[in-house]
Design a protein around this ligand. Sequence first.
Ligand SMILES: [Fe+2]
Length: 138
Amino acid sequence: MPYISEQVKQADWKSEKHVPVIECADTIKAGELTPVKVTLGKAVAHPNTTEHHIRWIDLYFTPEDSPAPYHIGRFEFTAHGESTDGPNTGPVYTHHEASTSITVPEERCCDCGCGTLQAQAYCNIHGLWESTKEICIE
Ligand SMILES: [Fe+2]
């Protein structure tokens, strides 16, 4: 039986619609509130229907010297056209995009790669997808 970690897929977000895209400055200032946006389907749109949609995106931060990731947040997308009239007749759809802000209190700078933002997205029929973005903290 495979471990879930063996089933998480990676690809280039420019050609694969399931890959989360993490948008954040490459270098952030220690102690300052920094916006981070995570979405997917930026280059190739992902469907958002009752039958096929993104359920959630998890965002993590791993400092360079850490053996484990720190969970920043889970963003759930729970409306996909469901209603008593049937699939895709509901009044609202949640788009698979989330914005938050983070603060990293300590300067961590090295030659680069001070930390990594990591995102995992779950599609209800295509499974788990992940991506990373290195950030420098000065
Ligand atoms: Fe999908």
